[in-house]
Design a protein around this ligand. Structure first.
Ligand code: DON
Length: 317
C-alpha cells in the first residue's frame, strides 16, 4: 500500500467505523455467549468492539473496545509459534497434522478414525493440547511462565496475566478436553502427564487481553514476525508463514471456508467472541463480540470483518 493509499484508507476507516460497528452490532442478537466454560457466560451478549492498528502503532478504536476478555483459542496461534521455535518443524509435525477437519473444534472423531491418531491440525483443541506439551520447560510453571513472557513480548504489554477465574472455571468443567487429552496420551502423542499438559493449555487460553493487545499481536504477524513499531524481529519468517496458513485454512474452525470466501484474510477466533486478523503487510486487527454462532465464531465480528473486507478490497484473492 503506498503512503497516499494508506492515508485514504485510514481516513475512510475513521470516518465510517462507528456506523459499521453499529450496523454489525445488531447481529449480536443472532448468537449466544459461550456457557460451557461457566465464567465466560458472564460476558455481555450485545457488545462489539474493535481495534485496527497501522504499522506505526496508530489505532482506530470503535465500539466496546475497552472490554477485557480471555484469548481462548486465539492463544493457540502463538503457542504453535513458540512450540515451533522450541522444537522446529519436524518435531511439531510429528505430533500434529496440517489439514482442516470440517468437524467442530472440540471433536474427537478423527483421533480414532484416522491413523496414526494425531490431531489433524494445531488449532483444534486436540492439536493445541498436543502443542502445549511441546512448550519447553522442566515444569508446568516454567512452561506457563515462558508462554506468558512470549505473549507479553509479542503484545508489547508486560502486564498481560492469566484470568484465574476463567482458568479455574475451565479447569473444573473441561470434561471433553480431558477426554481428548487422555485419548492423545493413549495414542502416544503426549510425552508429559495429562493433568500437567491441560494446566498449560487452560492457562494460555485464560490470558486476558483487550482489542488493542490483539491488534498489536496481529501486527507482528502482519509483518511476518517483525514488530514494525520497535523494528525488531520477534518470530522467524517461516513460523509466521506456517501460523498464517493454519489461520487461513483452520482458524475459524469449520467455518474457515465461508470466512475465506467472505473476508479472505488469515484469522483466528476464540470462544470469548474474539477474533484476531490482519491485512498482511499493513494492519493488525483485534475485535470482540461475545455472542457466537453455532460454529463458535462471533456473529457480529464476522459481519463487521465482511464489511471492512468489502469496503477496502482486503481479500487476498
Ligand atoms: O478448550 C476450549 O474449549 C477453550 N479453552 C478454547 C476453545 C475455543 O476458543 C474455540 N473457539 N472457537
Amino acid at each position: 500500500m503506498r503512503h497516499e493509499q494508506h492515508e485514504a484508507t485510514w481516513k475512510q476507516l475513521n470516518a465510517h467505523i462507528d456506523e459499521w460497528v453499529a450496523s454489525s452490532k445488531t447481529h449480536t442478537s443472532e448468537g449466544h455467549v459461550a456457557s460451557y466454560i461457566p465464567e465466560l457466560a458472564n460476558a455481555p451478549a450485545d457488545i462489539l468492539g474493535i481495534c485496527i492498528m497501522d504499522s506505526e502503532g496508530n489505532t482506530c478504536l470503535a465500539g466496546d473496545s475497552d472490554f477485557r476478555f480471555t484469548l481462548q483459542s486465539i492463544s493457540k496461534v502463538f503457542t504453535l509459534i513458540l512450540a515451533l521455535m522450541d522444537n522446529g518443524e519436524d518435531v511439531v509435525f510429528s505430533k500434529v497434522g496440517m489439514e482442516p477437519t470440517g468437524d467442530d473444534f472440540n471433536s474427537m472423531l478423527k483421533l480414532e478414525l484416522v491413523e496414526p491418531g494425531i490431531p489433524f491440525n494445531p488449532l483444534i483443541n486436540a492439536g493445541a493440547i498436543a502443542i502445549s506439551s511441546l512448550i519447553a520447560g522442566d515444569s508446568t510453571d516454567t512452561q506457563v511462565e515462558r508462554i506468558l513472557s512470549f505473549f507479553r513480548e509479542i503484545a508489547d504489554n508486560p502486564s498481560l496475566t492469566i484470568n484465574q477465574n476463567v482458568f479455574k472455571s475451565e479447569s473444573d468443567t473441561a470434561h471433553r478436553n480431558r477426554s481428548l487429552a487422555y485419548f492423545l496420551k493413549d495414542n502416544g502423542v503426549l510425552d508429559r502427564e495429562v493433568d500437567d499438559v491441560l494446566r498449560v493449555y487452560f492457562s494460555h487460553c485464560s490470558i486476558e487481553v483487550n482489542c488493542t493487545d490483539l491488534a498489536r499481536m496481529a501486527l507482528v504477524l502482519a509483518h511476518n514476525g517483525v514488530d514494525p513499531i520497535r523494528n525488531q524481529r520477534l518470530i522467524p519468517r517461516r513460523f509466521v508463514q506456517i501460523a498464517k496458513t493454519f489461520m487461513f485454512t483452520c482458524g475459524m474452525y469449520n467455518a474457515s471456508g465461508e470466512f475465506a470466501m467472505n473476508v479472505g484474510l488469515p484469522a483466528k477466533s476464540g470462544v470469548s467472541g474474539s477474533i484476531l486478523t490482519m491485512v498482511p503487510g499493513h494492519y493488525g486487527i483485534g475485535l470482540v463480540g461475545p455472542a457466537l454462532n453455532r460454529k463458535g465464531n462471533s456473529t457480529a465480528g464476522v459481519h463487521l470483518l465482511g464489511i471492512l473486507s468489502q469496503e477496502f478490497d482486503w481479500s487476498l484473492f
